[in-house]
Design a protein around this ligand. Sequence first.
Ligand SMILES: *[C@@H]1O[C@H](CO)[C@@H](O)[C@H](O)[C@H]1NC(C)=O
Ligand SMILES: *[C@@H]1O[C@H](CO)[C@@H](O)[C@H](O)[C@H]1NC(C)=O
Ligand SMILES: *[C@@H]1O[C@H](CO)[C@@H](O)[C@H](O)[C@H]1NC(C)=O
Ligand SMILES: *[C@@H]1O[C@H](CO)[C@@H](O)[C@H](O)[C@H]1NC(C)=O
Ligand SMILES: *[C@@H]1O[C@H](CO)[C@@H](O)[C@H](O)[C@H]1NC(C)=O
Length: 249
Amino acid sequence: MPLSLTQLCSSGTLLMLLVSNLLLWEKVTSAPMNISEAGLSEVSLKDLFDNATILSENITKLATDMRMEFFYNNFSSRIFSKTLRSLHKEMRLNDVFNKCHTLPIKTPETKAEVRKTSFEDFLNITFNTLRAWKDPLKHLVTELSVMPRVPDVILSQAKAIEAQHKVLLEYIMKIVPKVNPALQENEDFPVWSDLDSLQAPDEEIRLFALYVFSYCLRVDLQIVEFYIYMMRCLHMHGNICYLESAPSF
Ligand SMILES: *[C@@H]1O[C@H](CO)[C@@H](O)[C@H](O)[C@H]1NC(C)=O
Ligand SMILES: *[C@@H]1O[C@H](CO)[C@@H](O)[C@H](O)[C@H]1NC(C)=O
Ligand SMILES: *[C@@H]1O[C@H](CO)[C@@H](O)[C@H](O)[C@H]1NC(C)=O
Ligand SMILES: *[C@@H]1O[C@H](CO)[C@@H](O)[C@H](O)[C@H]1NC(C)=O
Ligand SMILES: *[C@@H]1O[C@H](CO)[C@@H](O)[C@H](O)[C@H]1NC(C)=O
C-alpha cells in the first residue's frame, strides 16, 4: 500500500511529525521568543496565519490525493507499485527521501530539536521550503500537460496544487516582513534539477521522476503544515505550545 506506516516512518522527520502531538505533552525549558516585542500588527498576523493554516491543510490533502491517484491510476500504477515493492524489498526507503531537492534545508528532526526551534526558524524553514517548490510545481504542470496519456484528474490536481501553493507562498511572504525582514535576504533556497527526468522519452524514467516528485512534495507539505500550525500556536499562545499542558487550539 502506498501510505504504509513503514514508509511514513522511513525518515526521522516524518517520525517527528507522527509524534508531534506527543511533543505537546513534553516539558520544555527554553523560552526562545517574545513576538509582541517585534511590534507586530496583531490582527492581521493572526488573520494571515488563520488563512495559511486552512490553505496548508487543503494543499497537503491535495498532494496526498495526487500521490494516491498516481498509485491507483492505470497511467502510473504499475511503475509506482513496482518502485515501492523494490524499495521495500531492498529496505532502501530512505533512498527516495534522500532524492528530495529540499533535503539541504535543515529541519528539526527530534522533539528536542523542535523545542529549540524558534518562531523565526519555523518561518525561515517554511519560507525556504515553499520557495523551493515554486519552480518545480510550474514545471510539473507544464510537463504533465504535454506528457502522453496523462489523466485529467492528475493534471487538475497538479494545477490546483500549483495555484494554492502560490497563494500560500503569498501569505508567508506577507508574514515574513512583519516578523523579520532579514529572512527575505536569503536567496539561497535549494534548486530543483529533475526536469530532464520528467521530460525523458523513457516512460519508466518519467514515472519514477513523478514517484520522487509526488513523494517529496507530500512530505514537505506535511512538514510545512506542521510548522504553520506551530507558528500560529506560538503567535496565539506563546511558549506553552512547546509544553505539556497545552490548551486545545
Ligand atoms: C514581551 O514583550 C513585551 C513588550 O516588550 C513585554 O511587555 C512583555 O512582558 C514580554 N513578554 C514576555 C513573556 O517576556
Ligand atoms: C483570508 O481569506 C478570506 C477568504 O478567502 C479573505 O476574505 C481574507 O481577506 C483573507 N485574509 C487575509 C488576511 O488575507
Ligand atoms: C481547497 O481545495 C479545493 C480543491 O482544489 C478547492 O476547491 C478549495 O477552494 C480549496 N480551499 C481553499 C481555502 O483554498
Ligand atoms: C492500462 O495501461 C496499459 C498500458 O500501460 C494498457 O495496456 C491497459 O489496457 C490499461 N488497462 C486499462 C484497464 O485501462
Ligand atoms: C534562514 O535559513 C537560511 C538557510 O536555510 C540561513 O542561511 C539563514 O541564515 C536563515 N536566516 C535567518 C535570519 O535565520
